[in-house]
Ligand binder design. Structure first.
Ligand SMILES: [Zn+2]
Length: 383
């Protein structure tokens, strides 16, 4: 397995060894992981642990002793009725160990760092990935420094510090934070959840779980919050792998939801562009997807084409309406996750979804991380 595993550039195909300290190709392209996993044995999964590691054959870690895990994954798939839609399932990924889906990626990425003998790393994040990478670094005994935009929710910043990571708060936008970390990345291993393919290799397990929890069937569509598109691409990779191994026969329509305030992918898709152009930075309640320029824009648009998927936006008002809809039925997520709810109405109005379809909504982060923001919305009403 080791011999065959390489990074290759998604733009120019140039190859790099796994222990490269470049986080992207010299041409600027993002790395893909050049590796074809073995199929995992569906008939004998039952006795395996209820985490992403139950799909062990599909995870690019060579030796079990390098596994860094907090039993992430295998989150519930919960029925939810909404309007005339009767077949909606919520994937409660906010129930991962650090309160967000990022733990899937962090577990595999930090395991790989351990396997490569890396002893310290840096990462940048709007909050959730930083908390997650800090937690797994702590578990692995790897030193960790996290760069966050200064505006990040206090709940996430406290969590990052609690895990023992050094925190650097960068004034300005999310893009300013990414720039600051890239300077430091010349010296220290950059454990980037947006650039590093080992992170994506963990996110694809979400697709495996959805299929397994549906009796190895696929839903008609999956809606996910979309910023850098880690989930969007991860879901595609996961479903594609199952198709390749003959487990399922189609990939569901993948529908990415952005906030209207920061919606570069939606805009590119709407004008049928082949690449995603940068948009101005604006504040939004959906801070976890406030990405002005995703690093794999071309790929994201290709996936939408291939899966007959699309992108949709929701306003700030719709984000809070969706959030309330969930909260009033016992589901407490951060505003970023709530973008998927009202998007259903918009898609239905455009005849891009209908009530007969089976739909999975991905809920990415727990509400407890966004207490300051959310307190402004609940206090007035309940007193
Ligand atoms: Zn290249």
């Amino acid at each position: 397995m080791e011999e065959r595993m390489r990074f290759s550039c998604s733009l120019c195909n140039r190859e790099y060894p796994l222990d490269t300290r470049d986080f992207r190709c010299q041409c600027g392209g993002a790395f893909d992981l050049d590796w074809t996993p073995e199929p995992f044995p569906i008939s004998s999964l039952q006795g395996r642990e209820m985490s992403v590691w139950r799909y062990r054959e599909s995870i690019p870690i060579l030796h079990d002793e390098n596994i860094v895990s907090l039993h992430e994954g295998f989150t519930p798939l919960l029925p939810f009725s909404y309007g005339e839609f009767k077949k909606i399932l919520l994937k409660l990924d906010y129930l991962c160990p650090t309160g967000s889906y990022k733990d899937r990626g962090s577990s595999i990425l930090i395991s790989k760092l351990k396997e490569l003998g890396v002893t310290s790393c840096i990462a940048d994040s709007s909050g959730n990935a930083g908390a997650s990478i800090a937690a797994y670094s702590a578990r692995a005994g790897i030193q960790c420094k996290i760069y966050c935009p200064a505006y990040t929710s206090e709940g996430k910043l406290v969590q990052i510090r609690a895990y023992g990571a050094q925190l650097v708060r960068v004034p300005g936008t999310r893009a300013d934070t990414a720039e600051a970390v890239q300077e430091e990345a010349k010296k220290v291993y950059y454990a980037s959840h947006n650039w590093n393919p080992f992170f994506s290799a963990g996110v694809k397990t979400m697709a495996f779980e959805i299929c397994e929890q549906m009796g190895w069937n696929v839903p008609d569509a999956v809606l996910c919050p979309t910023g850098y598109s880690g989930i969007y691409i991860g879901l595609y990779d996961g479903f594609k792998e199952l198709v390749r191994h003959g487990v399922i026969d189609k990939i569901p329509r993948l529908i990415g939801i952005q906030s209207e305030a920061v919606s570069p992918i939606y805009q590119a898709f709407s004008r049928k562009a082949g690449e995603v152009a940068e948009v101005p930075s604006r504040t939004t309640l959906a801070e976890g997807i406030a990405c002005v320029h995703p690093v794999r824009g071309k790929r994201i648009l290709e996936i939408a084409q291939e899966t007959r998927g699309c992108f949709e936006i929701v306003s700030e008002k719709e984000i809070m309406e969706g959030w309330k809809e969930l909260a009033r039925r016992g589901i407490y997520v951060e505003p970023t996750s709530a973008v998927v709810v009202r998007a259903i109405d918009r898609l239905q109005q455009k005849a891009l979804l209908d009530g007969q379809e089976s739909i999975v909504l991905i809920l990415t982060g727990i509400g407890l991380k966004a207490t300051e923001t959310l307190s402004k919305y609940v206090s007035a009403e309940n007193e």
